[in-house]
Design a binder for this molecule. Structure first.
Ligand code: NAD
Length: 260
């Protein structure tokens, strides 16, 4: 389905981004991985996907908190692969504290990585996608792009902003062959959420299993986590011909969280 297409997935050395990269590669796309981690581990992931799926896989270590680096990664991909078809803005970080105690440096880092990186990536990718008359931009937002929770001021602000950006870019590219949409996952069990589970377990003196159950029962009616592979499948759908007329909107994968 995606043979001959080139996809960048930001923050794809772990969690949801890696699930998305694996799914797009399985469907035949060449992949640019991005994110932090142990160089040996990243190389294992890169060569593993290349071997298993018979696609070309590159790694770009651009820091998503640096707008110029984001723009450089897009330019380097177009230079190396000769095209760019899919941009998945997935890299993201979390930090929790009441608003009056929220460290300004954390606020800035979350806004830079979870929101501004998508702006820089999109601004650099759109001209190439328009030239090709085909492009798919998928922003990995969150249920926290639609509703709030306490102690997540920066994250909720950034994710709401990302949905606004998605709508504007959907309008600006309408009819050009380029679409821009967001995916809003509920709880997905990744290192980002594992830390929140550990915090609950430590705070309440309960086991990891009990803390995970508590996390789910508070918000997610299905009482189960979505998987990175399922989020990858949702992104793949948005890259399929069935989604040609879907733009400027969001798909929730949240076990019913935002239906409440
Ligand atoms: P994760 O911590 O497993 O992965 C985050 C990825 O981003 C890693 O590859 C990391 O190296 C990369 N990254 C972090 N800072 C970076 C930077 N400055 N430059 C480049 N890469 C950077 O987290 P995850 O749970 O897979 O989250 C991925 C996305 O999904 C995030 O945007 C997150 O907000 C969103 N999300 C996650 C959940 C969930 O329940 N896990 C729910 C909703 C939305």
């Amino acid at each position: 389905m995606l043979k001959g297409k080139v996809a960048i997935v930001t923050g794809s050395t772990s969690g949801i981004g890696l699930g998305i990269a694996r799914e797009l590669a399985r469907l035949g796309a060449d992949i640019v991985l991005n994110g932090f981690g142990d160089p040996g581990e990243i190389e294992k992931i890169r060569s593993g996907i290349e071997r298993e799926d018979g696609v070309r896989v590159a790694y770009d270590g651009a820091d998503m908190s640096d707008g110029e680096a984001v723009r450089g990664m897009i330019a380097a991909t177009i230079e190396n692969f000769g095209r760019l078809d899919i941009l998945v803005n997935n890299a993201g970080i979390q930090f929790t504290a009441p608003v009056e105690a929220f460290p300004p440096a954390k606020w800035k880092a979350i806004l830079d990585i979870n929101l501004s990186a998508a702006f820089h990536g999109i601004a650099s990718a759109v001209p190439q996608m328009k030239k090709q008359r085909w492009g798919r931009i998928v922003n990995i937002a969150s249920t926290h792009g639609l509703v709030a929770s306490t102690h997540k001021a920066a994250y909720v602000a950034a994710k709401h902003g990302l949905l606004g950006l998605t709508k504007v870019v959907g309008l600006e590219t309408a009819g050009s062959g380029v679409t821009c949409n967001a995916v809003c996952p509920g709880w997905v069990r990744t290192p980002l959420v594992e830390k929140q589970i550990s915090d609950i377990a430590a705070e309440k003196g309960i086991s990891q299993k009990q803390a995970a159950e508590e996390l789910l029962s508070e918000k997610q009616p299905s009482l189960d986590f979505a998987s990175p592979k399922q989020i990858g499948g949702t992104v793949a759908f948005l890259c399929s011909a069935a989604a040609d007329q879907i733009t400027g909107t969001t798909i929730s994968v949240d076990g019913g969280w935002t239906a409440q």
